[in-house]
Design a protein around this ligand. Structure first.
Ligand SMILES: Cc1ncc(CO)c(N)n1
Length: 220
């Protein structure tokens, strides 16, 4: 079994709570309150900034040029494209850049992002990627899960473009690359190391559940 499949199987209940969270279900059905989605979008802006720092840390933690360049391309994608796209997307939802710049971080945002960064500070590149994997790969799986649900509204819902973005070849390919990287870094690991990584993966997955819940509760 690949490292990614192993990590997921070790926390399958938490994983399903993440992929099939009420926020995701309501988003799919088009019934999610706009205020909840807007709250999520604002916090996701702050998330993406910390996520960029994590890619920067991945450059630093890399021990060969291939890993270093992969991390560099992640960092470039965030700084050159993803964050600007997110700012544009927020504007479409009535959230100005001024508002984004003035936002306080919700507790769930702090908890998740600093957990990921700590995995990288305290551990090695694999620890960092295992903490990043639920967000990169998870959203690709969420989009696929939503596409497979008969009650998902793919056209006419205000959330349809969000689903299509994560269903896109580009995003799905990025998730595949991350799966492959985990498998490469994860070859021949001793059982104790595997167990520690499973714990990390599970914690990051639980942080994603809390992030959805924060959106649903509009929690600070
Ligand atoms: C919280 C969160 N997890 C994952 C992604 C996907 O990149 C995102 N944008 N936000």
């Amino acid at each position: 079994m690949s490292l990614y499949e192993h990590l997921k199987a070790q926390c399958i209940d938490d994983w399903n709570a993440y992929i099939q969270h009420d926020f995701v279900r309501q988003l799919g059905q088009g019934t999610l309150a706009k205020e909840c989605f807007q709250h999520y979008l604002k916090q996701d802006y702050l998330f993406l900034i910390q996520f960029s720092r994590a890619w920067g840390l991945a450059v630093f933690k890399s021990e060969d040029l291939t890993s270093m360049r992969y991390a560099q391309s992640g960092l470039n994608a965030m700084l050159d494209t993803e964050i600007s796209l997110h700012v544009d997307y927020c504007r479409d939802w009535g959230i100005s850049e001024e508002q984004l710049l003035a936002l306080p971080e919700a507790s769930a945002t702090v908890a998740y992002t600093r957990y990921v960064l700590d995995a990288g500070f305290a551990g090695d590149l694999l620890d960092l990627h295992v903490a990043l994997a639920p967000c990169i790969i998870g959203y690709a799986e969420i989009a696929n899960w939503l596409a497979a649900q008969p009650d998902t509204v793919r056209e006419g819902s205000p959330y349809a473009p969000w689903i299509e973005m994560y269903l896109s070849d580009e995003y799905q390919q990025a998730a595949n690359t991350e799966r492959e990287l985990l498998d490469t870094l994860g070859q021949g690991l001793p059982p104790a190391r595997l167990e520690a990584l499973a714990k990390r993966f599970r914690t990051a997955t639980r942080m994603e559940v809390s992030f959805w819940q924060m959106g649903l509760d509009r929690a600070d």
